[in-house]
Design a binder for this molecule. Structure first.
Ligand SMILES: [Zn+2]
Length: 304
């Protein structure tokens, strides 16, 4: 039994490393930081979707069907009208906009002890707050990274325990366990942290999953801009990728937008945002997704 659990955990970790979290196939970046596998989940997770999760062709077809396109953005930029609704336009009723004129940078699939830390350094240097959608077993494995995310005033978002593509199809007892376990890991890492947002793996929201997240006091967030940093098979991880991400973000970002990106195992993301964040700052008000109270500082840490 123990051996089976370890094997499963290794499989989950391999799938997460090999994929991104957007609607489309992710390919592990060359030189990406290897991640520690999860330990066993207490629920049976022998879903056949695990096997196909890493299959590029399977994911392409499945996700195209599962995650409708976000609404087309209005014409570019600062002159575009401010959205009058904060939520409800995405799959399952998830949020695609902020409901204000601010723009939210969101980074998925961490925490990663290397790339998340590098990104936090970058954001600190730039004086920018962002939102981190973290995966439960990685929170458990790297609590110090989550502690720093909270301590530096960023917003935390539940990105499920083990990034199942078919999370929305799981039964109630599994969903309860998954979302609660992830929140518990976040709270253990950063006591007092506000956890008011949820993002389904791959954006595979359904009304039921959105309602489930609401039971935990979490709003479901989709995105209005997918920076496509996972398209490494097409653009690699060097200048061509930086050029692509920059082009997408500069073309598609509007006031009120939510930008989807991934930092875990994707150093090219950090390299790109080094130049892109100054552009975003010059054109938009970048904020972390707002919480009902400011993020709490971890206990036992100095306030200064
Ligand atoms: Zn993801």
């Amino acid at each position: 039994m123990r051996r089976a659990s370890v094997v499963f955990s290794l499989l989950v970790a391999a799938v997460l490393v090999a994929t991104g979290c957007g609607r489309s196939p992710g390919v592990r970046a060359a030189g990406a930081h290897p991640l520690t596998p999860a330990s066993a989940a207490p629920f049976s997770t022998s879903s056949p979707s695990i096997g196909s999760h890493g299959s590029r062709s399977a994911r392409l077809g499945g996700e195209a069907a599962a995650a409708p396109e976000a609404p087309a953005p209005p014409p570019h930029g600062a002159a575009a009208p401010v959205p009058d609704r904060a939520e409800g336009h995405g799959p399952g009723g998830s949020m695609t906009t902020m409901g204000s004129d601010a723009v939210a940078l969101t980074f998925d699939d961490g925490p990663d002890p290397k790339s998340t830390m590098d990104l936090l350094d970058l954001l600190r240097e730039q004086g920018v707050k962002a939102t981190f959608c973290v995966v439960g077993f990685r929170v458990r494995d790297h609590p110090e990274v989550v502690r720093r995310i909270a301590a530096e005033g960023h917003t935390l978002c539940n990105h499920s325990w083990q990034h199942l593509q078919n999370l929305a199809q799981r039964d109630d007892s599994y969903l309860m366990w998954d979302l609660e376990s992830t929140n518990a890991a976040i709270r253990a890492a950063a006591p007092g942290a506000r956890i008011e947002y949820f993002r389904a793996p791959y954006g595979n929201f359904t009304p039921r999953l959105v309602a489930f997240a609401e039971r935990f006091g979490m709003k479901s967030i989709y995105w209005s801009v997918d920076d496509q940093c996972w398209l490494t098979a097409r653009y690699g991880v060097g200048p061509a990728m930086t050029s692509h991400i920059t082009s997408v973000v500069q073309r598609e970002t509007r006031r009120g937008g939510i930008i989807l990106s991934h930092e875990a195992g994707k150093p090219h993301t950090i390299a790109t945002y080094r130049s892109l964040v100054p552009w975003l700052k010059a054109n938009f008000n970048l904020i972390a997704l707002p919480t009902s109270q400011p993020p709490a500082r971890p206990e036992g840490r100095r306030a200064s």
